[in-house]
Design a protein around this ligand. Structure first.
Ligand code: DAH
Length: 339
């Protein structure tokens, strides 16, 4: 019995030391101390031991049991500590690594320019309105005094949806839509996308943006138009900016003009930017044609007004000195993040 006990002790302690995992260790515990374990089996042999020797043998078995339990406990702690170490090592955070930067978006130069123009006109009491991009021929042409056979139609290469419907070639139809509502006086700007079947190059695109302006009230004169646009140019390009009105022709205004601003790069002396002339063309304008007023239900005897149309891309290109319009549409991050 004593030898058997010594053998069990030896074996079990060896197994405990060799167990590499908590699962293995548990198997050893069961095989030694469990209901069918080696030590339990051994105790069943007690009945063959002399009654006088039993307390002694019992004590020996208990000692071995205690020794095995202690070894099991010790090994368990060791294995658990090793597991914890391994986990900590795998979860280690290097606080010296550079932080990941969140990329923030940038406003598109068109958006910046539009917000600037809106700010200026809203400051003068204008309302910002919108109109549809898919527009009736009537609003885009007819009601703007451009009848079917008018040569001005050829200047604006139009995308036709059908005989009656076009992609608007200008924001001017929003003038008509606003006047038709019959609420007077009017002081509005209408920014938006327009379409022309142009080839793409540094200064053309089949889709670009305009900002229309319209003022209708009693006693509006060309002087109001000049004063308004002079103020607009100063706010947009700087206090020293001068404006020049050149006679022009638009079917929906009479008289009509194109407006140049003194070159904000050279102050008017002439440079590469203004192609040596000292002036840069920025918009078209004029006094609303009496026919356009009456077609929209406004009495030209009582009311008069002025209108203007600005190319948004043109403003953005000028203000940010961008020399190719295509850059505005390619959305190349290296370009956009400069704004
Ligand atoms: N709609 C014109 C164009 O696209 C621009 C324009 C000129 C608008 C004169 C106006 C204006 O309101 O009065 O070329």
């Amino acid at each position: 019995m004593k030898e058997k006990l010594a053998k069990i002790r030896e074996e079990v302690l060896g197994q405990i030391e060799a167990s590499q995992s908590l699962e293995k260790l548990n198997e050893v515990r069961v095989s030694a101390l469990g209901k069918k374990g080696a030590l339990t089996e051994l105790l069943k042999g007690m009945k063959d031991v002399l009654p006088a020797d039993r307390p002694k043998v019992g004590q020996m078995v208990n000692e071995v049991r205690a020794e095995i339990e202690k070894a099991l406990e010790g090994e368990k702690e060791k294995l658990e500590a090793a597991l914890r170490e391994a986990r900590l090592a795998s979860e280690v955070i290097d606080v010296t690594l550079p932080a990941k930067k969140n990329k923030t978006g940038h406003r598109h130069p068109n958006t910046i320019a539009l917000e600037e123009v809106e700010r200026i006109f809203v400051g003068m009491g204008y309302e910002v309105v919108e109109g549809p991009e898919v527009e009736k021929d009537y609003y885009n042409f007819e009601a703007l005094n451009i009848p079917k056979d008018h040569p001005a139609r050829d200047e604006q290469d139009t995308f036709y949806i059908n005989d009656e419907i076009v992609l608007r070639t200008q924001t001017s139809p929003v003038q008509v839509r606003t006047m038709e509502q019959g609420k007077l006086p009017i002081r509005m700007i209408a920014p938006g996308r327009v379409f022309r079947s142009d080839e793409v190059d540094a200064t053309h695109s089949p889709s670009f943006h305009q900002i229309e302006g319209l003022v209708i009230d009693k006693h509006i004169t060309f002087a109001d138009l000049k004063g308004t646009l002079a103020q607009f140019a100063k706010e947009l390009f700087g206090e020293d900016t001068k404006v020049k009105f050149r006679p022009h022709h638009f079917p929906f205004t009479e008289p009509s003009a194109e407006v140049d601003v003194s070159c904000f790069k050279c102050g008017g002396k002439g440079c590469r930017f203004c192609k040596g002339s000292g002036w840069i063309e920025i918009l078209g304008c004029g006094m609303v044609h009496p026919r356009v007023l009456s077609m929209s239900g406004i009495d030209p005897e009582e009311y008069s007004g002025f209108a203007f149309g600005v190319g948004l891309e043109r403003i953005a290109l000028l203000k940010y000195e961008i020399d190719d319009m295509r850059l505005l549409y390619e959305n190349d991050e290296r370009f956009l993040k400069q704004f």
